[in-house]
Design a binder for this molecule. Structure first.
Ligand code: REX
Length: 433
């Protein structure tokens, strides 16, 4: 497909799979529609009537803006009950012109944090870790402050400096310096501890990759297994996420994938193919690979209560503001965004060199949306890409006069329309997009 042309494949069907999985609660993620050219083939089609239909024209307008902003390609997959929309524009690979494809895999960056959190909260459920216990109880001497708890890590309230601020102060040189490196958790924690803590434990929300590197170390210590084995056993295999991988420290994305293009800091400089890298600088904070089908299934299953007990999901959904817009919140390894039509959606965002991504679902997990643009270090593109959520969740319906009614923060979000342009809260101290 020629760059700039849009691809569109919307499917309206119910899958026989829906019947099959209905009796297996652990696998009862939304079924993937087997496209049959607009024909309803099942009897269990379940539409989320509470939400307006996705606005595909608006979505494609957003795509055009994302590409005008510098992304080679962009895509969104919407799973709404048994209806699947696969929308694309531009290219997955600039070298051979291959079209963007919603089945292809990409690096999901910090969406990994939600996977790490699920593993950790399962360990809490099993009584192997306590949420409010000091991290040093499990990893003696790792942190300089024994009042930092497990919950502080998951809520970005530990005060541990984000070492990636230093690492990527200069974008391309910073990336090239680490793209083939393999770090231990201890080495990454040491980079953080070279700086003073940014706040007292619990005092302030401050996004830091260090928190989720320590989460990975905790998982490995308590289980005795590599974190990748725990993702596999607890999430990937039960949900049949066949496009989801933790291949660290391998530097390649397995199978059919999208190429990522990093934007240099120097205006006008050519994009850098950043597809291959170890992502060892992020590991349990951001090194997973997935695709939109799997991400939608993951978040739908999570919010649908199929990965955690209801008590633990309630903990994960305890939100505090992540900025002052009144529309963005962080729970335990999970973001909440309140959209202009008054609904709250839950998921995560990801930024890894060459890839911006969003994966969010409704509180009942019935509509899930994943979007990806294959560039990064371009805050404008990331901000615009966020508008795919508006088109996909809010559709064409007029915004209601009352505030959000679905999410725990509904009382806090009297004004659901974002006040400020959106730059995700990475590197608050560094001009980093
Ligand atoms: C690393 C550098 C960004 C990006 C980062 N990524 O901290 C984590 C993540 C894993 O996904 N965070 C996102 C680089 C925001 C989240 O949690 O939502 N920028 C780039 C630079 C800037 O190098 N000098 O844009 O590729």
């Amino acid at each position: 497909m020629v760059q700039g042309k849009f691809g569109r494949r919307a499917a309206m069907s119910a899958s026989v799979l829906a019947l099959a999985v209905a009796s297996v609660p652990a696998l009862a993620a939304p079924s993937e529609a087997r496209t049959t050219a607009g024909t309803e083939v099942g009897i269990t089609a379940r539409q989320d009537d509470a939400l307006p239909k996705p606005d595909l024209d608006a979505l494609h307008k957003v795509f055009a803006q994302v590409m005008a902003g510098g992304a080679p390609g962009v895509m969104t997959r919407i799973d709404n009950g048994n209806t699947v929309y696969r929308e694309t524009a531009g290219v997955a690979d600039r070298a051979n012109g291959q079209a963007m494809n919603t089945d292809a895999r990409f690096r999901i960056g910090s969406i990994t944090k939600s996977f790490s959190t699920v593993v950790l909260l399962q360990l809490v459920q099993e009584g192997k870790i306590a949420l409010d216990a000091p991290v040093n109880q499990y990893l003696p001497g790792l942190l300089p402050d024994s009042t930092i708890t497990v919950r502080h890590l998951l809520t970005h309230r530990s005060g541990l400096w984000d070492y990636t601020n230093d690492m990527f102060a200069n974008t391309v040189p910073g990336f090239e310096a680490v793209r083939n490196k393999v770090f231990t958790y201890q080495e990454l924690v040491n980079l953080s501890l070279a700086h003073p803590r940014t706040a007292k434990p619990g005092a302030a929300y401050q996004y830091s990759n260090t928190n989720f590197v320590v989460v990975g170390a905790l998982i490995e210590k308590v289980t005795g297994n590599p974190v990748g084995a725990e993702y596999q056993r607890r999430i990937i295999t039960p949900l049949q996420l066949n496009n989801t991988f933790y291949v660290h420290p391998s530097a390649t994305i397995p199978g059919r994938h999208i190429k990522g293009y990093l934007t240099p800091d120097e205006a006008g400089a050519p994009l850098v193919d950043s597809t291959d890298q170890t992502v060892s600088w992020a590991q349990s904070a951001g090194a997973m690979v997935s695709n939109p089908r799997d991400l939608n299934r993951f978040f739908s299953s999570l919010l649908g209560g199929r990965l955690l007990s209801s008590g633990m999901l309630t903990e994960m959904l305890k939100m505090t503001p992540s900025d002052d817009t009144g529309t963005r919140f962080y729970g335990l390894g999970l973001r909440q965004r309140d959209l202009s039509c008054g609904i709250s959606v839950y998921g995560h965002t990801g930024t890894v060199q060459g890839f911006y991504s969003y994966a969010f679902t409704t509180r009942d997990g019935r509509r899930s949306v994943s979007s990806m643009a294959n560039t990064s270090n371009n805050g404008n593109v990331n901000t615009i890409l966020g508008n795919t959520l508006e088109a996909a969740f809010c559709g064409k319906a007029p915004a209601p006069k009352t505030p959000a009614t679905q999410g725990p923060s509904s009382k806090r979000s009297a004004a659901a329309t974002p006040k400020a342009p959106f730059y995700e809260d990475i590197a608050p101290n560094v001009a980093r997009h």
